[in-house]
Design a protein around this ligand. Structure first.
Ligand code: A2P
Length: 292
């Protein structure tokens, strides 16, 4: 299975990352340390997770050189105004204690007024192009190496200097989004899978699925490894989140062994088990407005 994918910039993004959403203070540092010790080279964070300083400290403690690590963060909804983007990015850079990000995403397709408590900025929500232009400027300044989106659907028809390199969306057994994946591949837009084991309360059900259990048993890997391998075989980056060091380790191991049979077997059995559902279940925030 691929350990990396190549983005339009030529940068190679590691296919498995530690996701740190909902990893609270005191938990996130040990989780990042466990990940870096286990061989992860990619941490998927965000300003809004409120744990960037602890992530930065754990990265520093690891002693790994910066060019061996892939750090992703995300621009929060309150900072979409072009005049606010750079300060928001600088705050993230300071907290992570790094000179640059490998990837910076627009976190949500929704802009809020800076000071308003979740007050919608209708203009920048309808048209994120001014925000995107500022992100392009951040690439040119060297503060970020790649830029992308998360669930965003409405960049305008303006010509883009740098197209979004990735789109981070929910992808899992219950929400596989095959049309989105197909479209993304056709348009050279890499998808990143958040909640890859199922969104929080689905994790247990996903790992207990008979088909997952059966494959895990056949291949002598764990159910989580089956699911994570499946995502990489689909050609997406996968962002399993865990604050449990043993799970952090488990979630990376197994993915890079030659389990090329997993996806075919898994999906074939899934279709047999769910013939009525077809592929089009739970299509996420996405439509055809993209001008890419
Ligand atoms: P924990 O962090 O306590 O280890 P989401 O991706 O929606 O944030 O949810 C991730 C959930 O899946 C977390 O509750 C996490 O638990 C759990 N999880 C992560 N990896 C594994 C694993 N290998 N086995 C079981 N549960 C896991």
């Amino acid at each position: 299975l691929p350990t990396h994918y190549t983005l339009p910039s030529g940068d190679k993004i590691p296919s498995v990352a530690l996701g740190v959403w909902q990893a609270s203070q005191g938990d996130v540092g040990p989780a990042v340390r466990a990940a870096l010790t286990a061989g992860y080279a990619h941490i998927d964070g965000a300003w809004a997770y409120r744990n960037e300083a602890e992530v930065g400290q754990a990265v520093k403690d690891s002693g790994l050189s910066r060019d061996k690590l892939w750090l992703t963060s995300k621009l929060w909804n309150n900072f979409h105004a072009p005049e606010d983007v750079e300060a928001a990015l600088d705050d993230t850079l300071a907290k992570l204690d790094t000179e640059y990000l490998d990837l910076y995403l627009i976190h949500w397709p929704v802009a809020f007024k800076k000071e308003g408590n979740n007050v919608l900025d209708v203009g920048l929500t309808a048209d994120p192009y001014p925000t995107w232009k500022k992100l392009e400027e951040m690439v040119d300044k060297g503060k970020v190496r790649n830029i992308g989106i998360s669930k965003v659907k409405n960049l305008t028809a303006n010509p883009l200097k740098y197209k979004p390199a990735v789109n981070q969306v929910e992808l899992n057994y219950f929400n596989p989004q095959p049309e989105l994946l197909k479209w993304a591949k056709e348009n050279d837009l890499l998808l990143e899978a958040y909640s890859p084991l199922g969104s929080t309360k689905q994790v247990k059900d996903t790992l207990a699925l008979p088909v997952v259990q059966e494959i895990a048993k056949t291949l002598a890997i764990t159910p989580a490894q089956v699911i994570i391998s499946w995502h990489v075989q689909r050609g997406t980056v996968v962002l399993p989140k865990s604050v449990t060091p043993s799970r952090v380790e488990e979630n990376l191991q197994g993915t890079f062994l030659p389990y090329e049979t997993v996806v075919l077997y898994f999906l074939t059995v899934w279709r047999v088990v769910n013939p009525s559902k077809g592929w089009n279940i739970g299509f996420d925030v996405f439509d055809e407005e993209w001008p890419l």
